[in-house]
Ligand binder design. Structure first.
Ligand code: PRP
Ligand code: URA
Length: 209
């Protein structure tokens, strides 16, 4: 089982504190989600393979490194995962983007799927799944099941805040998946919201409450 990466970089932690603040409005919240996603992506792509090429500088020929042919796809879980997409695309603009739509049933807290559109060549790609919140873990587990059904071998999951319950569920269901989070919070409350968390990420990104 992979140990989760909890990102303690000062810039990520500072931005996360602003994100948690209930007085942070939708515009700033969206910007912060995007910036944190970009910073996390920097770390989550650390293991991308490099290949050596020769480049002519104005002075001579240099042996230089470029990211090798292995391609990436980002898959945000709708809705809130959409808030992370432009941040990660700023670092990897050539990546393709798939979408999986899931919402939690308010009573059972179980994820209900309503949309799935993945790149046709997704099986040839490494995939990073994006969702700001890992609460019970149900949405992440289902989304990754769906992606594995398409034959994807290498999947990472990137969230901003994780609850211990969701972390455990995801590690148990998908021990091969590397998990990146900016914080591992205390617990879930009786509504399966993360404590202290940041509230409802989708509502705060899209201003729907
Ligand atoms: C939130 C969040 C995750 C899910 C996490 O989405 O963005 O997808 O809850 O909870 P879980 O780990 O218990 O499954 P939500 O269902 O509220 O939908 P939304 O993004 O459309 O608001
Ligand atoms: N989804 C959210 O948006 N926030 C939580 O705390 C839990 C699930």
């Amino acid at each position: 089982m992979n140990q989760p990466f909890i990102m303690d970089h000062p810039l990520i932690q500072h931005k996360l504190s602003l994100l948690r603040d209930k007085n942070t409005g939708a515009k700033e919240f969206r910007e912060l989600v995007s910036e944190i996603a970009m910073l996390m992506c920097y770390e989550a792509t650390r293991s991308l393979p490099l290949t050596e090429v020769e480049i002519e500088t104005p002075v001579s020929v240099a042996k230089a490194k470029v990211v090798s042919g292995k391609k990436l796809a980002f898959v945000p879980i709708l809705r809130a995962g959409i808030g992370m997409v432009d941040g990660v695309l700023r670092l990897v603009p050539a990546a393709k983007v798939g979408h999986i739509g899931l919402y939690r049933d308010p009573t059972s807290k179980m994820p209900i799927e309503y949309y799935c559109k993945l790149p046709t060549d997704v099986a040839m790609r490494d995939v990073i799944v994006l969702d700001p919140m890992l609460a019970t873990g149900g949405s992440a587990v289902d989304a990754i099941n769906k992606i594995k059904e398409q034959g994807v071998a290498n999947i990472k999951f990137m969230c901003i805040i994780a609850a211990p319950e969701g972390m455990e569920a995801l590690q148990k269901a998908h021990p091969d998946v590397e998990i990146y989070a900016a914080a591992l919070d205390e617990r879930l409350n009786e509504h399966a919201y993360i404590v202290p968390g940041l509230g409802d990420a989708g509502d705060r990104i899209f201003g729907t409450k």
